[in-house]
Structure formats: structure tokens, C-alpha cells
Design a protein around this ligand. Structure first.
Ligand SMILES: [Zn+2]
Length: 390
């Protein structure tokens, strides 16, 4: 494996490393039936670097060969009613913004089809969903009436597929060289300046400014701030209309058109970043120390502690914080994850019923946006645990 030496967006060789973590699981959302196998999962190193020219951030140690997605991969968030409400609202806004009625929509990285189904049902649209991890047995109900599913990565070979909207949520951060994907879309949209784009990625400004290190995972080789996302898309030949922070600031949503906008095609300065990045590693190390101390204290008090959320943040926390081995179990609303084990750390993933049996003293919620939903569910289960978040 060769370390990346040039920025994949602007080709600058000025990549400055600012955060390192070794030996983390390569896949946070892979499903393991067996604890020993989960603990022996593939691991890799993360070394985040920022491009001094365009502000793009990347894991220079990323090795694409280690990451192969399969149907044993599941990162669906649609089991949370809070997330479902958010997705429904997001789909409705998108349909209204671009007048998407009886149009064609391409969804790149469609998962099990939940979001494209929302778009197609609400606006009577026709969809094409691409996802190499598609499991035909788990497709969202009613998908076949509206959506053609292609079990593959979207690439240049599909640029003959035309669409009125290119939707791509939580995919770009997994792609080491995003310009290839954007170029394929660019070719597909040639001649149709009205073709719209909706891209959503984790907001790295949120990650860095809040030292949310649990969001830094091996699967994410690319990290976007509003300015680097803007540059990536304008350099890719698109007109960026708006980039907004959503989902409690954790996501960046880009709305754009396939019309070119050469006037804005300059890398933005990353001058605002050095202060934030210069002591990021120290802050991250201090945060890990704090959690080790807190969990040590809880162990001393013989508290039963569970973590809520077997997604990326939870898996990352369990693998970065040594004392997390004192956590009893991980609860997750996604029934497909229950009964499985956390990659690397090896904790069991349990259901709400099992949580009620455990009757925990402390519930640590991996993602703070779900705090209210978790408190409500705990009340319904008559569980009186102390609730905190990462
Ligand atoms: Zn760059």
C-alpha cells in the first residue's frame, strides 16, 4: 500500500497530516455472527491530512483493496423514527425545490432503497438505484413498482442513463478519488443543464470544531467542509446552488445543477483551518483519556453501562477507548444488527427487549441527535438509567 502524496481533488502535493489512529476496523457496519470473527476483522490505519491548496481532507493511509462491501454490510438508519421523519422531510423539500414530478431520479449508493422510494412515491417519479451491497431479500417494501435496482457501483459505464436528479447520500466520503464519479455524472448530464444534484456527506467542520473523533472511520477516506465540497463540485463542472448544514449540523447537503459555472472555479483558502487542526490530535487524545477515566469510575461503582447505537460512531468509540471493554452491550433499533457483534471490539448488539432485561444504570448514546428519542424509549420500557451522549 502506497501513501497518498497528492490531493485527489486539486493534485497539490501539500498534504499536511494532523490526526493519526492505528489499527481500527476497516468496516464499522459489517455484520458478524460470531464474536471471535468480529474481533479478528480486517483493520487499517488512519492518517488524516489536509490539502493546503483546496482544504480537502483525506486518509493518506487508505487502501481501497481492504474495503469491499457486501450484503453483510448494513448501515440503514431508517429504524429510528427521528431519522425517518428527517428523511421524509428532506425528500419532500427536494421534490418541491426541483419540481420532481413524473421525472427520472438516479440514486447512487441507494442502500436498500428507502430514500429513493420516498422520492419516487411522493412525486410519482421513476428511479434507478445503484448499490453494490444490495440484498434483494431486504429491499424496501414496494420498491419494485417504482425503481430499477442495479447491484453495482455507479460509474462511467452507466453514463448513458439519463436523469433529472442525481441523488447521492453518504457515498462520496467513501470514495478516494471522487472526481471520477463526478465526471461520470457530468457525462450523463451533458446537454441537460437542468439536471439537478443532491449530494449529502458528513460535515467535517462539525467533526473538527467539536472534536467529534468518533466520526473519523476507516471507511471514510474523504472528508468535506462546505468550502472543499464547493470546490470539488465546481472543479467537477457543476453549478453549486447551495450547501447547507443539516441534521444538527452533522451533514452537509449540496444542491446544484449540471450547468457549468467557470467563474467560481478556484480553490478556496484553507487558512481558517490551521488553528483548529494544530492541536486536534492533542484534543482527541485528551477526549479518549476522559472517557477511559469516566468508564473506569463507572466500573468502580459496579454500574451496568450500555452504549446506544451500533453505527459508525459507536463502533469507533468502542475501538478507540480501551475501557469500553467494560460496557455490557450495545443496543440498536435495526433488527438486522441485533444478535451480531461489533467489529473489532466484539460487544454483542442487543434489542430493546434485551435492554429491558439488563436494566442498565447508564446509557451512553453514540449520536447526540437521538437523545430525545432514546429518553422516550427508555421511559416506555420503564427504565430509569442515567443518559449521556458521546
Ligand atoms: Zn487539494
Amino acid at each position: 500500500m502506497n501513501m497518498m502524496t497528492r490531493c485527489p481533488i486539486c493534485s497539490s502535493s501539500e498534504l499536511h497530516a494532523f490526526f493519526k489512529v492505528r489499527n481500527v476496523p476497516v468496516h464499522c457496519n459489517s455484520l458478524w455472527h460470531d464474536r471471535t470473527a468480529a474481533q479478528a476483522c480486517a483493520r487499517g490505519d488512519i492518517q488524516l491530512a489536509i490539502c493546503a491548496s483546496c482544504g480537502f481532507m483525506t486518509n493518506v493511509c487508505f487502501d481501497e483493496e481492504l474495503t469491499s462491501y457486501s450484503q453483510h454490510y448494513d448501515n440503514s438508519l431508517f429504524f429510528s423514527s427521528f431519522y425517518r421523519d428527517y428523511a421524509e422531510q428532506s425528500a419532500a423539500e427536494l421534490i418541491s425545490r426541483y419540481g420532481l414530478y413524473q421525472k427520472t431520479i438516479i440514486d447512487i449508493g441507494a442502500g436498500q432503497g428507502d430514500f429513493i422510494l420516498l422520492l419516487c412515491r411522493t412525486g410519482q417519479n421513476w428511479g434507478i438505484g445503484f448499490d453494490p451491497a444490495l440484498d434483494p431479500a431486504r429491499l424496501a417494501d414496494g420498491l419494485n413498482e417504482h425503481v430499477l435496482f442495479i447491484r453495482d457501483n455507479y460509474s462511467e459505464r452507466y453514463s448513458h442513463c439519463k436523469a433529472d436528479l442525481f441523488c447521492c447520500r453518504h457515498v462520496l466520503e467513501h470514495i478516494q478519488y471522487p472526481r471520477q464519479l463526478l465526471s461520470a455524472i457530468r457525462h450523463s448530464a451533458d446537454g441537460n443543464e437542468e439536471a439537478a444534484l443532491f449530494f449529502q456527506v458528513p460535515n467535517s467542520h462539525y467533526t473538527l470544531s467539536r472534536c467529534a473523533i468518533w466520526d473519523i472511520i476507516y471507511e471514510h477516506c474523504s472528508y468535506y467542509t462546505p468550502s472543499s465540497m464547493f470546490y470539488t463540485f465546481t472543479a467537477g463542472g457543476f453549478l453549486v446552488q447551495e450547501i447547507v448544514e443539516e441534521f444538527g449540523g452533522q451533514y452537509l447537503s449540496l444542491y446544484g445543477l449540471s450547468a457549468d459555472d467557470p467563474s467560481t472555479n478556484e480553490p478556496s483558502s484553507s487558512q481558517a483551518w490551521p488553528d483548529l487542526l494544530s492541536d486536534f490530535q492533542n484534543k482527541a487524545d485528551a477526549l479518549i483519556d476522559q472517557w477511559n477515566a469516566r468508564l473506569q469510575e463507572m466500573k468502580k461503582e459496579s454500574s451496568t453501562v450500555v452504549l446506544w447505537g451500533a453505527g459508525s460512531k459507536g463502533v469507533s468509540f468502542l475501538n478507540m477507548v480501551e475501557m469500553a471493554n467494560s460496557i455490557s452491550a450495545i443496543v440498536d433499533l435495526n433488527p438486522r444488527k441485533q444478535g451480531h457483534f461489533i467489529p473489532g471490539a466484539g460487544h454483542a448488539i442487543i434489542s430493546l427487549n434485551e435492554l429491558a432485561r439488563i436494566d442498565p444504570d447508564v446509557v451512553i448514546v453514540a449520536n447526540p441527535v437521538y437523545l430525545n428519542e432514546v429518553r422516550q424509549l427508555l421511559r416506555q420500557l420503564h427504565l430509569d438509567a442515567e443518559v449521556m451522549s458521546l
